[in-house]
Structures are given as C-alpha cells and as structure tokens.
Design a protein around this ligand. Structure first.
Ligand code: 5GP
Ligand code: ZN
Length: 108
C-alpha cells in the first residue's frame, strides 16, 4: 500500500534496521524500543489487522520469530510476542512485537 509506513520499509523507501528478510516476511528494530530487544515482524503482504491473517498470508512469521529468538539467544531470557489489533494498533499493517527480556529496565 502506497502510504503505509511498513510497506515503505519493505520497499526500502524509508530506513529501518532490518534483522531478517525472506520472500514473505521482514523483521526490523522498533524505532521506539520499550526493552533492549524490541523487534517488529511483519508480512510483506499488506494485511491491516491480525484478524485478516490467514493460513496463506501468515506464512513465515512463526519461523522468522523463532529465527530471531534463536539468533538472539532468548530461549531462557524471557520474551514476549505482542499483537495489537482491532484498532489498538497505531500502524495499520499487522506486526508482531518481539520484546525481551521481559521486565528489563528501559536502557536503550
Ligand atoms: P502498534 O501500537 O501499532 O502495535 O505499534 C507500532 C510500533 O511501530 C510502535 O512500537 C512504533 O514505535 C513502531 N514504529 C512506528 N513507525 C515506525 C518506523 O517508521 N520505523 C520503525 N522501525 N518503527 C516504527
Ligand atoms: Zn503496509
């Protein structure tokens, strides 16, 4: 979608610290992190809300999240995956927040 911030990140029209990318998914650092690790995982297809994800367009998100968890050795550090939906989201392109460690002070 033309003016969607996250579609623009996918198209590399605006900069982002991209950590993972494949044909279906991109993951990058959140610009306003709430913890030392705060990444956003998004489908390349513009899907507005979690509710609009399905078996086809969610493909790759799970494995991207697991790749990031492995790569940053979060298995035993305590992490959370968060999704805001139903109008609670600020950016209207579905995104999964990966945040760790849980309970850490904000020092980024
Ligand atoms: P939401 O409240 O929609 O679930 O969260 C949107 C997230 O996107 C926020 O944590 C916000 O900091 C992040 N964000 C918004 N615009 C940008 C941007 O242009 N670049 C990056 N890297 N993150 C963004
Ligand atoms: Zn989009």
């Amino acid at each position: 979608m033309v003016n969607c911030t996250f579609c623009r990140i996918i198209r590399k029209e605006i900069p982002a610290a991209i950590l993972y990318e494949d044909e279906k998914v991109v993951a990058f650092k959140d610009i306003h992190p709430v913890a030392p690790i705060h990444f956003l995982i998004i489908p390349k297809e513009h899907v507005e809300d979690f509710y609009n994800l399905n078996e086809t367009n969610n493909s790759g998100i799970l494995s991207a999240a697991k790749w990031l968890i492995d790569h940053h050795r979060l298995m035993d550090k305590g992490y959370k995956l968060e999704i805001n939906g139903g109008g609670a989201q600020i950016v209207g392109h579905v995104h999964f927040h990966l945040i760790a460690p849980v309970g850490a002070p904000v020092d980024v």
